[in-house]
Design a protein around this ligand. Structure first.
Ligand SMILES: [Zn+2]
Length: 158
C-alpha cells in the first residue's frame, strides 16, 4: 500500500501524521536513538517513553497488559513512583513464571479502549519538538495521555 503523493497519512491508532512514508515505529526508533546519545539525561525518561508509546498503540497489548500499563502511568505521573520502586515491587508479579495474565498482544487477545480517545499529543509531536527538550516533551506527553484517558472515561479504577 502506498499513499498518493501529497495526501497525508495518519497512524490508525494514535492519529500521528506520517509524512513521506514515516511511521510511528520510526518515531519510536528516533526517540530511542536520542536516549542512547545521552543516557544520563534522556535515559531518565525511557520508562515513560516506552509506556506512552504503547498506551497510544493499544493493539500491542493484551487486555490485562493495557490495564497494567494504565495503572503504571497513573503511578508515574501522579503518584511520584519511580521505575526502580515499580521494578522492586513488581518483580514477583511481572515475572512471567508467576504471572497468570499476559502483557503482550497475541491472536485473539488484543487490547482496545472502551471508547475513542482523542490524543492531544503523539510520538510525532515529541520528534517535532526536538532533542533539546526531549525530557520535557516526554513528561508533557505522559500527562496529556493521562488527561485524554480521563476525559474519555478510559481510566481503570484504582
Ligand atoms: Zn501511532
Amino acid at each position: 500500500m502506498s499513499s498518493k503523493a501529497g495526501s497525508p497519512s495518519f497512524c490508525p491508532e494514535c492519529g500521528a501524521s506520517w509524512p513521506e512514508g514515516t511511521t510511528c515505529q520510526d518515531y519510536f526508533s528516533q526517540m530511542l536513538a536520542w536516549e542512547y546519545e545521552d543516557m544520563e539525561l534522556k535515559g531518565q525518561v525511557h520508562h515513560l517513553m516506552v509506556l506512552c508509546y504503547h498506551l497510544q498503540h493499544p493493539s500491542l497489548y493484551a487486555p490485562d497488559g493495557l490495564l497494567n500499563a494504565q495503572r503504571l502511568l497513573l503511578e508515574f505521573v501522579e503518584g511520584g513512583v519511580t521505575p526502580q520502586e515499580v521494578r522492586q515491587r513488581d518483580r514477583e508479579k511481572v515475572d512471567s513464571g508467576n504471572r497468570d495474565w499476559k502483557i503482550k498482544a497475541r491472536p485473539g487477545l488484543v487490547a482496545a479502549y472502551r471508547s475513542t480517545i482523542h490524543w492531544t499529543m503523539t510520538s510525532g509531536d515529541v520528534i517535532v519538538r526536538g532533542a533539546g527538550i526531549y525530557n520535557e516533551s516526554i513528561a508533557a506527553w505522559a500527562r496529556s495521555i493521562l488527561e485524554a484517558m480521563r476525559a474519555s472515561g478510559n481510566l481503570p479504577n484504582p
